[in-house]
Write a new protein. Structure first.
Length: 263
C-alpha cells in the first residue's frame, strides 16, 4: 500500500528512543523527510545517520527540551529552514513521574503540564499556519491508554493525557475544512525504555523483580504479551498518510485489548 508520504516532511518529537524512534523509522521508510528531536544531540546524530542509511530518507536532528517554548520554536524553525515546510507533526514526550496525588508537589504538576500538554500546544501552534495555507496536514499525538482508562499510581499521566485528548478532539473540528486531521494514538504496555523503567520502579517498591511486574501486565492483556514498537509505528504511519484522510478527532489504542471500555 502506497501511503503517499514520499513528498512529505514530518516532525517527530522525542524520537531518540522508544515509540518516537519507531515512528520516525516507519515514516522514513515510507519516503518522508524527517525532523527528530530530543535532549541528547550526540544520540540524535547517531540515530539520524542510522535512519538515513536504512531508508535513504533525509533526516534532520535537533537537540531540544520539549518543556521549553524557545527550544520548540528552534526545532520547528530548523525543520522549515531545512525542508521548506512541515506537513506532519507527531507529538510525543516521555512519561512523567509515578505517584499518588498526596505525594506530588505543585512543581511536579507544573513540570508535567509543560512536558505533556504545553509542548503539544506549542508545537501545534507553530506548524498549523503552514498546514492551513497548504490545505493539508496531519497532527498525531502519542498519548497513552491512561487517557481512556486511568492507570494506578499515574495520576499525572492520567490527567494530562486526557487534557491532550480534549484539545485534539476540539481542534479536529476547527481545522477539518482545511484538509487537516488531528488524532491521538494510545500506546499500551509496549517494550520500550519507558516501560522498562516503570516496571523497575514498581518492582523496587514491591520487593519483586521486573519480570514479575511484566507478567502481571501480560495477564491483564488479552493477547498475553507486551506490544512491539514497530506494531505501534505501523498504525501511526497510516494515520498520518493520504489514505487516512477521513479519520479525524479519533483516539485509537494499540494495547492488545487492554482497555475495557466500549468507546
Amino acid at each position: 500500500m502506497d501511503l503517499g508520504l514520499k513528498s512529505k516532511v514530518a516532525l517527530v518529537a522525542a524520537a531518540s528512543q522508544g515509540l518516537g524512534r519507531a515512528v520516525a523509522n516507519e515514516l522514513a521508510g515510507e519516503g518522508a523527510s524527517i525532523i527528530i528531536c530530543s535532549r541528547d544531540q550526540q544520540k540524535l546524530d547517531r540515530i539520524a545517520q542510522e535512519i538515513e542509511e536504512q531508508t535513504g530518507s533525509r533526516v534532520a536532528a535537533v537537540a531540544v527540551d520539549l518543556s521549553v517554548t524557545n527550544d520548540i520554536e528552534r526545532v520547528v524553525s530548523h525543520g522549515i529552514g531545512r525542508f521548506g515546510r512541515i506537513d506532519i507533526l507527531v507529538t510525543n514526550n516521555g512519561g512523567p513521574p509515578t505517584g499518588k496525588f498526596d505525594g506530588l508537589s505543585r512543581e511536579a504538576w507544573d513540570n508535567a503540564t509543560r512536558s505533556l500538554l504545553t509542548s503539544v500546544l506549542d508545537l501545534t501552534r507553530l506548524v498549523l499556519p503552514g498546514m492551513k495555507e497548504r490545505r493539508w496536514g496531519r497532527i498525531l499525538n502519542i498519548t497513552s491508554i491512561a487517557a481512556k482508562q486511568p492507570v494506578e499510581n499515574l495520576i499525572l499521566s492520567n490527567s494530562l493525557r486526557a487534557a491532550v485528548t480534549g484539545f485534539a478532539k476540539t481542534l479536529a473540528d476547527e481545522v477539518a475544512d482545511f484538509g487537516i486531521t488531528v488524532n491521538n494514538i494510545l500506546p499500551g504496555y509496549t517494550l520500550t525504555e519507558r516501560v522498562e523503567q516503570l516496571a523497575q520502579t514498581i518492582a523496587e517498591k514491591e520487593g519483586v523483580n521486573t519480570a514479575d511486574v511484566k507478567k502481571r501486565w501480560e495477564a491483564q492483556i488479552p493477547m498475553r504479551r507486551l506490544g512491539r514498537p514497530e506494531e505501534f509505528a505501523a498504525l501511526a504511519a497510516f494515520l498520518v498518510s493520504e489514505r487516512a484522510s477521513y479519520i479525524t478527532g479519533s483516539s485509537i489504542a494499540v494495547d492488545g485489548g487492554w482497555i475495557r471500555s466500549l468507546f
